[in-house]
Structure formats: structure tokens, C-alpha cells
Design a protein around this ligand. Structure first.
Ligand code: ATR
Length: 289
């Protein structure tokens, strides 16, 4: 087989050692018997433009970008898709007629994870109830976009620094409001969903504030709680919610599902998120916690 037939893709970040994307894409390449590669590439912010300029000649068909490039890279691309524009971040790129196009698949990963583990999470009656997002960073913007795309009518962003939540609320159309973490006790209890995008309760650091724990214990019992953090898989927040008999969804599926559209673009077939793949990534995560 000549090298020209081998499709090459990458994940690019700085640093990049931690990325689990190669496990996911290598699993699919092997499972479907495709001639392709997916490699980690460490590129410092100062060298990003040079890396992009060389992409065509280096034989890559596309790749993923992660921290710290997700926000900046969009200014260097030929075109970005509607979602990437609204979210303000690009995580997947591909070539179209030698032009580099960027998209965002994080929001699709979130929705697909909810579809898989919380069937009915976007039922018509649930769409009318408020949805709460903890955090106001890049990830929160993706979740907000995903919720609005599914038709959630009222979204409240709750953040340590309220002004950061205000900024997003002002930028997105629709009923999006902001609250500080201190104000969480004043928020509605009959909510449809709560999604954590912060590092609160992650790997034993950043303890959950007491008023947040109290709130989680009072929200409607049919509320669904998702933590997009997956290290550890069962975060403090999910543990508190499970104890309160709430339906919980962990963040690993978002990581797995966000990889699907990129793989399909580069390698030409839609891969399946299997239990075997989940176990493979889980095994790797367990080595680090
Ligand atoms: P990401 O791209 O993953 O969203 P980010 O842009 O750095 O990462 O955003 C992290 C979010 O987590 C922010 O909303 C941050 O709150 P601030 O806007 O106040 O910085 C929130 N966050 C991080 N650490 C936190 C902590 N210990 N307690 C509460 N919120 C925290």
C-alpha cells in the first residue's frame, strides 16, 4: 500500500500528552480495517500558524485542536461552521478543495451522550423547564448551544464570576440569564437539567460549595444532572446527585461522541461508540487517578 493512500489525522495542543483522542481514533481505524493514522502533535501557540500553513503539504486530511488552540485557530481558517461561530471555538478541522475548514463537535458530543444515557431528556414538557449550566467558559458556551439547538427554552448560567456569565447571556439569543454561585439557592427547583462545566469536585480538588450541595438536594427528582468532567468518572457532584436519587450522566460519553463527526470526515465512515471503546478509555483514565 502506497503512503499516499494512508489518510493521516492528528490532535494538536500544547501540551498534548494527556489527550485520549488517539485511543479513540486508533480503536476505530483498527476496528474498521482502515488505512489511516491519528497522532498527537505538540504545537506551541507561536508555531500554530506555521503548522497550519504546512498542513496541506504534510499530508494530513484533518485533525482535532485542543487547549490552548480552540479559540484562536478559528481566525486562521478558510471557513468555520455555524456552530463553531456561535460557540467561538473550533475543535475539528478538515480539508475541502485544499481549503482548511473548521467545525465544533463538542456540542454534538454532549447531545449524543445525553441521547445515549438519558433517553427522553429533551421531551417537549422538559424543554419548557429551566436548564442550568454551571460555568461560563468555552465548554459552557458549547453546552448552551447544544441545549438551544434541542429547544430548551430557558437557560440559566451559574458562575463564580457572574460577569463572565453575563457576557455569554448577552451574546446568545433567547432566554439566557446569569447568576452567581452564591445566588444558586434562589434559583428555580423545578428544572429539567443541570450541567456542570467547571472543575468543581474534580479529582478531589475544588470542593463543592455547601449551598450548591443544598440546592442539588432540593431540585425536582426528575431533573437530570450531567457532569462533563470525566476524571474521575464519578465526580463529587454526580455522587451527591446519585445520593439524592437524581438521574446522573457522566462526561465520558461526550468525549467519545464528539470524536465521531471528525472520524467520519477524515476517514469516510461513521464509527460506532461501543462499550468496548468506553472500557478502553476508562482503563486509561483509571491509570491516571
Ligand atoms: P473550559 O474551556 O473548560 O470551559 P474555562 O474557559 O477555563 O474552561 O472555564 C472554566 C469555568 O469554570 C469558568 O466558568 C470558571 O469560573 P470563572 O469564570 O469564575 O473563572 C469555572 N471555575 C473554575 N474553577 C472553579 C472553582 N474552583 N469554583 C467555581 N468555578 C470554577
Amino acid at each position: 500500500m502506497s503512503n499516499q493512500l494512508i489518510k493521516k489525522a492528528f490532535v494538536c495542543g500544547w501540551p498534548i500528552e494527556h489527550s485520549r483522542s488517539p485511543i479513540i481514533h486508533s480503536y476505530w481505524l483498527k476496528k474498521y480495517g482502515l488505512d489511516g493514522t491519528y497522532e498527537k502533535i505538540a504545537v506551541a501557540p507561536d508555531h500554530l500558524q506555521a503548522f497550519l500553513n504546512d498542513m496541506n503539504t504534510s499530508g494530513f486530511v484533518g485533525g482535532n485542536f485542543t487547549i490552548p488552540h480552540k479559540e484562536n485557530i478559528r481566525f486562521s481558517l478558510f471557513r468555520i461552521d455555524v456552530a463553531a461561530k456561535a460557540i467561538g471555538a473550533v475543535n475539528t478541522v478538515w480539508l475541502e478543495n485544499e481549503n482548511l475548514i473548521g467545525g465544533n463537535t463538542d456540542w454534538l458530543g454532549f447531545s449524543a451522550n445525553m441521547d445515549q444515557w438519558a433517553n427522553g431528556w429533551d421531551n417537549p414538557e422538559r424543554l419548557k423547564k429551566p436548564a442550568i449550566i454551571l460555568g461560563a467558559g468555552g465548554a459552557a458556551r458549547g453546552i448552551l448551544y447544544a441545549l438551544q439547538q434541542r429547544g430548551f427554552e430557558k437557560i440559566i448560567l451559574v458562575n463564580r464570576t457572574k460577569s463572565n456569565a453575563d457576557k455569554i447571556a448577552n451574546e446568545f439569543l433567547g432566554d439566557v440569564s446569569a447568576a452567581s454561585l452564591e445566588e444558586i439557592s434562589d434559583l428555580p427547583l423545578d428544572i429539567s437539567i443541570l450541567v456542570n462545566t467547571t472543575s468543581l469536585g474534580m479529582s478531589g480538588k475544588n470542593e463543592l460549595p455547601k449551598n450548591l450541595i443544598a440546592y442539588l438536594n432540593q431540585i425536582a427528582k426528575d431533573a437530570i444532572v450531567n457532569d462533563i468532567v470525566y476524571i474521575p468518572l464519578q465526580t463529587e457532584l454526580l455522587k451527591v446527585c446519585a445520593k439524592a436519587n437524581l438521574k446522573t450522566v457522566d462526561g465520558l460519553g461526550m468525549l467519545l461522541h464528539q470524536a465521531v463527526p471528525g472520524f467520519e470526515r477524515w476517514f469516510g465512515m461513521k464509527p460506532e461508540v461501543t462499550q468496548e471503546l468506553r472500557d478502553l478509555v476508562l482503563e486509561d483514565i483509571r491509570k491516571t487517578v
